[in-house]
Ligand binder design. Structure first.
Ligand code: AMP
Ligand code: GLY
Length: 420
């Protein structure tokens, strides 16, 4: 099987790493890829937001299966273009990708299928939104409707923060994504993520994880794309996962099918857990980054069989096989992230690290220059390990972190603390 993975981050490195271990995989291309991915797959320059270009590339390279990593190509309809051209594809249609691309749409679906989530109201008018927020009081959550690279959400602990957030969104800080706002009830509790494959009909949970969104130890400082993750997440017990499947996920999948826009791909359900019950915070229509890295570390080669069964509409026939194990990933980021940071600093010591089924450094933002690996993004490396316990996995991961010589980067030292 010739396989094309779209994307260039740690998530795509982890997907490629798992896929490559499966004997079914003949040729593996990742577009555009990165310096770490280049160690195990061919990397190709390709505009992954251009459906026609991706279809043409697949024809030229006899691609049998495409796995779409990030949300942007999905929202842009790349999976639609591929399926229309008869190419087997993992990833939802643009219509189904609205579960991530529009927060108001997700609320509409939750209403239609009675899924537990925060109460909300929608506004396209600043004055009306301000009146509503003032009437409700803080804490309250203000969200730009559309895709804003994780930045369009203001969890306001005071009324002033909420009003400032509304000014920012309606002031155009997020462009068209902020033409509408969703204002939500603040939910207390502990967050966890559940990952579900769906072929449009069947929904199959393929693991849970918890990430660390704040940049600093002890969950302090500004929000980031995620500074580390681990799986399984103890807070997401089997009973809570089943409640989330029964009350949130399966009804969503059924409602999408009923509307004639079935969801096919991976649904990432962000859950808020309080008093033994989960409510939906948000959906994403792709694997989490860095959550994917820990899931792939645990699934290994079977990930390809699962993704393929999902794309072929055969999910009812497969089940993931879980070892009784734990995985953790520690994100190493460029100094300054998530604020301004420099690119181009050299990373040393990677070659001496183990890379096997227990230890793997996934690259998130690297490039090769004159035979050296340099940092080319904010989040740069995902140092990932597996073990019989979370403590063992964590020890392995930080041993690798300590062996990496990169003065230009930093990481949190407490990934996994909630579970340990
Ligand atoms: P979202 O992009 O919708 O996941 O929001 C980003 C983060 O904001 C979430 O991971 C939560 O930590 C927080 N958040 C979003 N909505 C709520 C809510 N209704 N109550 C409490 N926290 C929230
Ligand atoms: N780690 C959070 C995300 O992928 O959205």
């Amino acid at each position: 099987m010739n396989i094309l993975v779209l994307g260039s981050g740690g998530r795509e490195h982890a997907l490629a790493w798992a896929i490559k271990q499966n004997p079914k995989c003949d040729r593996l291309i990742v577009a555009p890829g990165n310096a770490g991915i280049a160690d195990l797959a061919e990397c190709a320059a390709l505009d992954i937001l251009d459906g026609a270009a991706v279809v043409e590339f697949c024809g030229e390279n006899a691609i049998d299966f495409v796995v779409v990593g990030p949300e942007a190509p999905l929202a842009a309809g790349v999976a639609d273009a591929l399926r229309a051209a008869g190419i087997l594809t993992f990833g939802p249609s643009a219509e189904a990708a609205r579960l991530e691309a529009s927060k108001a749409f997700t609320k509409e679906i939750c209403d239609a299928c009675n899924a537990p989530t925060a109460g909300y109201a929608r506004f396209t008018d600043l004055a009306a939104a301000k009146d509503y927020v003032t009437e409700q009081g803080a804490p309250i959550v203000v969200k730009a409707d559309g895709l804003a690279a994780g930045k369009g959400v203001i969890v306001a602990m005071t009324l002033d923060e909420a009003l400032a957030g509304l000014d920012e969104i309606f002031g155009g800080a997020f462009g068209a994504a902020g033409a509408e706002v969703v204002i939500e009830e603040f939910m207390a509790g502990e967050e966890a993520s559940l990952f579900i494959l769906s072929d449009g009909e069947t929904a199959l949970a393929v693991g849970g994880a918890q990430d660390h969104k704040r940049v600093g130890d002890g969950d302090t400082g500004p929000n980031t794309g995620g500074m580390g993750a681990y799986s399984p997440a103890p807070v997401l017990t089997d009973a809570i996962a089943e409640q989330a499947m029964a009350e949130i996920v399966r009804p969503t999948i059924a409602e999408m099918a009923r509307r004639g826009t079935p969801f096919q791909g991976v649904l990432y359900a962000g859950l808020m857990i309080e008093n033994g019950r989960a409510r939906l915070v948000e959906y994403n229509v792709r694997f989490g980054d860095p959550e994917c890295q820990v899931l792939m570390m645990r699934l290994g080669a079977q990930a390809l069989d699962l993704l393929q069964a999902c794309a072929e509409g055969r999910l009812a026939e497969v089940q993931p096989v879980w070892a009784d194990d734990h995985a953790i990933t520690v994100v190493m980021a460029a100094n300054g992230y998530p604020g301004d940071y420099a690119k181009g600093s050299q990373i040393r010591g990677l070659d001496e690290l183990p890379d096997d089924s227990l230890n793997m450094v996934f690259h998130a933002g690297t490039a090769a220059r004159d035979g050296a690996i340099i940092a080319s993004g904010g989040r740069v490396l995902n140092v990932t390990a597996r073990g019989a316990s979370l403590a063992e996995a964590r020890e392995r991961a930080y041993a690798m972190v300590d062996a990496i010589d990169w003065p230009g980067g930093f990481c949190r030292r407490d990934i996994g603390w909630r579970a340990l």
